[in-house]
Design a protein around this ligand. Sequence first.
Ligand SMILES: NC(=O)c1ccc[n+]([C@@H]2O[C@H](COP(=O)([O-])OP(=O)(O)OC[C@H]3O[C@@H](n4cnc5c(N)ncnc54)[C@H](O)[C@@H]3O)[C@@H](O)[C@H]2O)c1
Length: 363
Amino acid sequence: MGTLLAPSAIIGIVGAGTMGAGIAEVATQAGHSVRLFDAVPGAADKARTRIAGSFAARAAKGRIAGSEAEAAARRVTVAATLGDLASAALVIEAVTEKMAAKSELLGALETVVGEDALLATNTSSLSVSALARALKRPERFAGLHFFNPAPVMTLVEVVRGRETAAAVIDLLCMLMRAWGKTPVVVRDAPGFIVNRVARPFYLEALSLLERHGADPATVDAVVRDSGGFRMGPFELMDLIGHDVNAAVTQAVFEAFDRDPRFAPSRAQAELVAAGRLGKKSGQGIYDYRAGARASRTRGRRPAREKIWAGHLRLSRRRGALAAPGVTAGTQTHARDDGRRPRPCGRLGPSDHGKRDSLRARVG
Ligand SMILES: NC(=O)c1ccc[n+]([C@@H]2O[C@H](COP(=O)([O-])OP(=O)(O)OC[C@H]3O[C@@H](n4cnc5c(N)ncnc54)[C@H](O)[C@@H]3O)[C@@H](O)[C@H]2O)c1
């Protein structure tokens, strides 16, 4: 087990989406060879290309040497089958946030990996103890909850399931430190720490949109620029993926006996049903497709024109819609500098019909 800390230890990753690719990048940068498997043909290849592009971009900016970037990219290989992960010292699963899918995969992985190998899940919200039921040897299984984007975010929640061995938690914490991360051991509670505390951040923002016709770009700007958050709730949900964010909300909601505080958002369910998953699908609250107009609401970051109904355009007109919840930002953003959204008057009774018809146009 101790050999896991050596760069020669092979790391297996299952699920080559947003998180799997990000974690692969972190592991290869730490010197490991990484085998990446995805159930969708071609997905792991695409992830590998993205990882190589990311290293090349860092080399172009002078952050790492070109030779180092090339070597790191080369260490990531695509596994054609789960069986190709047999020699991995640690396999981290980062597949869809569904108990059944993850349980089935973990059961299959256990038959493939060696006796000493560790297994980990990147789940955001599912119970690690419940997932461990799929395993014959649950003591070697834990949660390793990376945050998005994995190469940038330093926090990793190390989740101890009921059966996880203390030595496994210690080893994973050491490994995370070796990867330049800050591990925090957390209890196997719904949403762990961050996703529990952050739930209202997303849900209240979605409620502002649904119930008060708020302009997402304005909410984002107020939270980001006035509140000092790195990203506003809507741009963050677009980055996470609305499918993932909605699944996490659902899991936390169920785990808390359907406490209304965590009730899933209808607007978000509509986005998911329409395939507007966020950045990864090209459209979410904002539009990321090639040719989409860059948003005037953004300064240094590359967000695009918001496509949530027509609120943005309306909010730029005098006296148009605004969310009651964001008028507090009026002082800060009173002047339209062409980069930030300009908060405007409060929502009036005559605006309701307009708002409802706008909402009806949302796909
Ligand atoms: N997106 C985030 O911000 C974020 C942050 C932290 C943790 N997570 C967690 O990470 C996990 C993955 O999320 P994501 O955002 O990368 O999702 P994603 O949709 O971007 O990628 C999931 C990938 O898993 C693949 N997949 C699905 N089932 C599979 C299976 N049985 N075997 C192999 N591959 C399979 C899919 O083809 C897809 O490529 C989830 O558990 C999620 O909750 C996500």
